[in-house]
Design a protein around this ligand. Structure first.
Ligand code: 4AD
Ligand code: MG
Length: 487
């Protein structure tokens, strides 16, 4: 068997003192300038390693194949770079072509080294990992996922794996993808003519989960504090830049926490994640910061961010979030300039849900910082949220909280849970949820019920904020959205 040289990752070549050593790097060709400077990237960092090729010492046929996209192994001495732009470079002693990338074929792909639109990159999601932008995005995605686990692990939370296939609609929004092995052409029928789900794989109607919360509540009422971090599916037909049909959600659930504890946890957790990224992803964030600045310089001033990316991240870490009730927010909105000038598309009235334009006004124009809104009208929130005492006007609200972020809108949604059995049963009835199907959930309120609370953080919404990417499809490797499930 041929012995292949052990490779050193480019990030380690660049960040440790290797001058004078002979090392092997393996990566993909970004450019080959003047048949002399071979820029290789291996994904370990946004930076390339420059391999200096004395072309007279190599086979001409090999030199010709060192084209953009090809996979190459290069061995040679690490020396201080003569040119500017990099501290060290490798003087190639041996070069091996591991995998060709034919220029004619590369030309029709995004591997071709020129500026491509994000839309074009999305059409070749299998290749976009090779670009600087998506290399940075997905390295940051890893770092943030790690930060999430570290945050909860350090604070004594248990990671809970909740089911992906479920028989309950946790959010009660009816936006579920059905899971079935029944024939769609000729499903078995009941005597009444409906589909006989008794014959289906699970003997009942099942779907992909919209949230792991209800299961997490059961575990929290025994383990004390748990969190989930898993894929979540919503069949809402919203083709927006902030919605995916398949996204990842982090849902902590904590026994004995009330709404205030929940807000404190949510704010602290978000700040910690953002800080982790700024501490650990400096090179990638610097790249995305520059990228955004360049893109925004082409935009009219009104469409630019008030603060550049790195300043936005620092601002969130260093400032208290604004906390107010839904009722107070409605007052702010009804007294706002855009409301008075009829600039909002959707009406603003107590009892109606806030739209993205309203949330963005509060965060980006009025308070100019992240906002935590609490105590929403009971009728527009989920059945499990704790019913507050009616307000002075007799209106019913629940102990809900949404955290709104600049550029992203709702990044987190949560609540204190209804722990009183009788009230919860009434709420189930009000939402037409058959109590019998929810017995497993209601049981937690029968056996040692306690105050508890939790929230869901949309991982891709967090990614949008941290990377500054403005379309949610650009922060998940393989986006799923209405009419779109490529790769
Ligand atoms: O507000 P949501 O629907 O809350 C829940 O699912 C609760 N069970 C959470 C809990 O209390 N444990 O969703 C939570 C978050 C939203 O704030 C948003 O960030 C994200 O999930 N989200 C989406 N992200 C991408 N695409 C979608 N279609 C999303 N829907 C919700
Ligand atoms: Mg929500």
């Amino acid at each position: 068997m041929q012995q292949t040289a052990k490779r050193t990752r480019v990030v380690d070549v660049l960040n440790t003192d290797n001058i004078g050593q002979t090392l092997t790097v393996k990566g993909w060709v970004r450019f080959f300038r003047q048949n002399r400077f071979l820029l290789l990237n291996d994904g370990s960092t946004i930076h390339n390693i420059q391999v200096v090729v004395d072309y007279e010492s190599f086979d001409e046929a090999l030199i010709k194949k060192l084209t953009t996209g090809a996979a190459v192994s290069a061995t040679g001495q690490v020396v201080e770079s003569q040119g500017s732009g990099q501290a060290v470079e490798i003087l190639a002693e041996t070069l091996e072509l591991l995998g060709e990338a034919h220029p004619d074929q590369v030309q029709t792909t995004i591997l071709q080294p020129k500026a491509h639109t994000l839309e074009t990159l999305r059409e070749q999601a299998h290749l976009r990992f090779r670009t600087n932008t998506f290399g940075a995005v997905f390295r940051i995605r890893h770092a943030l996922a790690f930060a999430v686990h570290q945050y909860f692990n350090e604070r004594g939370y248990y990671n809970l794996h909740t089911p992906i296939i479920t028989a309950s609609d946790a959010e009660g929004a009816g936006e579920m993808f059905q899971v079935t092995t029944l024939s769609l052409d000729a499903p078995p029928r009941t005597e009444e003519g409906g589909i006989d789900y008794g014959e289906d794989f699970f003997g009942k109607e099942t779907s992909l989960t919209v949230s792991g919360q209800l299961e997490a509540e059961l575990a929290a009422m025994a383990l004390g504090q748990v969190y989930t971090f898993g894929p979540t599916f919503r069949a809402e037909n919203s083709n927006t830049s902030r919605h995916l049909a398949e996204f990842w959600m982090i849902e902590p659930e904590v026994a004995f926490n009330d709404l205030r504890d929940n807000m404190d946890l949510g704010e602290n957790f978000l700040k910690d994640c953002v800080k982790y990224a700024t501490d650990h992803c400096a090179d990638d964030l610097a790249f995305l910061h520059e990228r955004e600045a360049k893109a925004e310089s082409q935009l009219p001033k009104a469409q630019r961010n008030e603060m550049p990316l790195l300043a936005r991240l620092a601002f969130v870490v260093n400032n208290e979030f604004e906390r107010l009730t839904y009722t107070e927010a409605i007052d702010v909105l009804r007294n706002s300039k855009p409301y008075k000038k009829n600039k909002f598309e959707y009406p603003i009235e107590w009892g109606l849900d806030l739209h993205s334009e309203h949330e963005r006004y509060l965060v980006e124009k009025h308070f100019m910082k992240p906002v935590i809104l609490v105590d929403y009208p009971a009728a527009i929130k989920a059945f499990y949220m704790r019913l507050n005492d009616p307000d002075e006007q007799g209106r019913e609200t629940v102990a809900a909280m949404d955290i709104l972020f600049p550029g992203v809108g709702e990044i987190m949604g949560g609540s204190q849970r209804e722990e009183r059995l009788d009230v919860l049963q009434q709420r189930c009835a009000a939402f037409d949820i058959p109590a019998k199907e929810m017995d497993w959930y209601l049981d937690t309120r029968r056996f040692g019920t306690a105050v508890h609370a939790g929230f869901g953080l949309g991982f891709e919404r967090l990614m949008m904020f941290v990377t500054g990417m403005t379309n949610i499809r650009d922060v998940i490797p393989f986006p799923r959205a209405p009419k779109s499930a490529e790769f």
